[in-house]
Ligand binder design. Structure first.
Ligand code: NAD
Length: 291
């Protein structure tokens, strides 16, 4: 397939490299001048998109996605597909999908989980929103870049799945960290806390697979000085997207709102920027009752 790949950052570059390795003809574009071995380099997004059967975008946010969509959609041939893998707000995803549909294109919002490691290994999970035809066209590419692709529903459903999942993750990570900090003050050893909770009703991915306490449970960013992993800044971005969506959809999400406020304080006022999102544990350790 002729594929345009726009946004060759931490995630986009290894994803594009996997498409090249699978034998696809990839043309890349990134405003930072990043190139990928084996992929042709275009001088603009529109140039990359011209003649492509599928245009994939992997960009920082919805504003940039909408700007890039304005450039690439007019350059794309009817019947070709626009596949956005960025994590963006649901409204931007739906606006871009409508714009693509009006131009006779197929479109899929397909945010990913699995991080930089999953992008490099080709083991991402894709959560996709769009028509059956659009999903069918993108599916073989998801199978190269990932190990699982779920067709979640119509346009925006992929972004909805992503932000709901990450809202649960943000909330459970905070709950896990504050419980460890309480356990410390109650004189409970962390390994005993892990042993009990990881096999009791308080278990979660945050506790069992990504334990925020160093030296406890499987190896996680806590064992590496809280170098990310999944940065607190990115968690804050996703929590903001979930709260923006909750406001638009008139949904009551008090725990999500509190998680957003805590990560905002951590990243913007405390020393959380650039640390893994599980570094909430050392934050709680230093505090007393009532924050
Ligand atoms: P990144 O900042 O490393 O990459 C984004 C790239 O887009 C940059 O190289 C930038 O130069 C480029 N770019 C910006 N504006 C552009 C434009 N107008 N035209 C072309 N290129 C442009 O970010 P990333 O970590 O690769 O993340 C990309 C997306 O994936 C984000 O939406 C992020 O939330 C999501 N995501 C990231 C991770 C992760 O672990 N990094 C995990 C899941 C999802």
């Amino acid at each position: 397939m002729k594929i345009a790949f726009i946004g060759l950052g931490n995630m986009g570059a290894p994803m594009a490299a996997n498409l090249v390795a699978a034998g696809h003809q990839v043309t890349g574009f990134d405003t930072a001048g990043i190139t990928v071995d084996g992929a042709a380099a275009a001088t603009s997004a529109a140039e990359a998109a011209t003649g492509a059967e599928v245009v994939i975008t992997m960009l920082p946010n919805g504003t940039i996605l909408r700007a890039v969509a304005d450039q690439v959609i007019p350059a794309m041939a009817p019947g070709s597909a626009l596949v956005d893998c960025s994590t963006v707000d649901v409204d931007s995803a739906r606006i871009v999908a409508q714009q693509a549909e009006d131009a006779g294109l197929l479109s899929v919002d397909a945010p990913v989980s699995g991080g930089i490691g999953g992008a490099a290994a080709g083991t991402l999970t894709f959560m996709a929103g769009g028509s059956d035809a659009a999903f069918a066209m993108a599916r073989p590419l998801f199978d190269i870049m990932g190990q699982k692709a779920v067709h979640c529903g119509g346009s925006g459903a992929g972004q909805a799945a992503k932000i709901c999942n990450n809202m649960i993750l943000g909330v459970t990570m905070i709950a896990t960290c504050e419980a460890f900090a309480l356990a410390d003050k109650l004189g409970l050893a962390r390994d005993k806390m892990f042993d009990v909770v990881s096999t009791s009703s308080g278990y979660s991915w945050s506790m069992n697979a990504y334990c925020p306490a160093p030296g406890v449970g499987p190896t996680s960013p806590a064992d590496n000085g809280y170098a990310p992993g999944f940065a607190a800044d990115l968690m804050l971005k996703d929590l903001r997207l979930s709260q923006q969506a909750a406001a638009t959809a008139d949904a009551d999400t008090p725990m999500g709102a509190l998680a957003q406020a805590l990560y905002a304080r951590f990243v913007e006022e405390e020393d959380g920027a650039g640390k893994d999102f599980s570094a909430m544990l050392p934050r709680f350790e230093t505090r007393g009752h009532g924050g």
